[in-house]
Write a protein that binds this ligand. Sequence first.
Ligand code: ADP
Ligand code: AMP
Length: 209
Amino acid sequence: MMGGPGAGKGTQASRLARELGLPHVSTGDLFRANLSQGTELGEKARGYMNGGKLVPDDLVIDMLFDRVSSDDCAAGYLLDGFPRTEAQAESLAARLGDTAVTVINLEVPDEVIVERASGRMLCRGCNAIYHTTFNPPANSGVCDTCGGGLYQRDDDQAEVVRERLVAYHTQTAPVVAWYQARGVVCSVDGNQVPDDVFAACAACLQEAV
Ligand code: ADP
Ligand code: AMP
């Protein structure tokens, strides 16, 4: 699942993963778990994340490959937020083969991305994703699913979102082109209501299997 920061990757990936019975593997969630557990990896990643920069490839690739080596990923998995650089895409291709992936590319204009990120709230308990305007919880500050507390990500402040957009356009957009050259990209208009985005993503996967 590819797209800019706040394009709706996590929202769609968690629903698709549920429907497909596959694990949802989000490198952003893995880093945030490391941060909240105070691990060495979390400490190494913190400065990059809070500055809106990408974490260095070697750290991301080791963390991701460790996660997808688990038994629950044996039949496939849904990647959200990886790969974000050509080096990451090359490492995935070396592991899986060049065309073993289907890329869903969520297309959303930058100004919509800024609006989405600025209102995003996440659940501390289950990582469920909310938005103060577009997808509010029934009770303010409380997760509908698990009752956990909601928080705003440090990197969703406007100036950090701008940095993340720069990283997206300079480092990650070329990866979409890299996959387009391999014929595995299905582009989806992400600037629609979530149910319509979901239907388009599901259609991409149906075509792929
Ligand atoms: P990403 O994983 O790409 O960073 P998220 O799935 O976390 O993006 O979504 C970013 C924010 O936008 C969240 O607050 C989410 O509730 C909201 N959002 C996601 N998809 C839509 C949509 N189709 N329309 C309106 N808001 C959306
Ligand atoms: P996300 O939750 O996907 O928006 O990711 C949050 C932050 O984690 C990013 O801004 C990066 O600092 C870091 N990150 C997540 N995935 C990657 C990746 N594949 N490569 C480099 N940095 C990443």
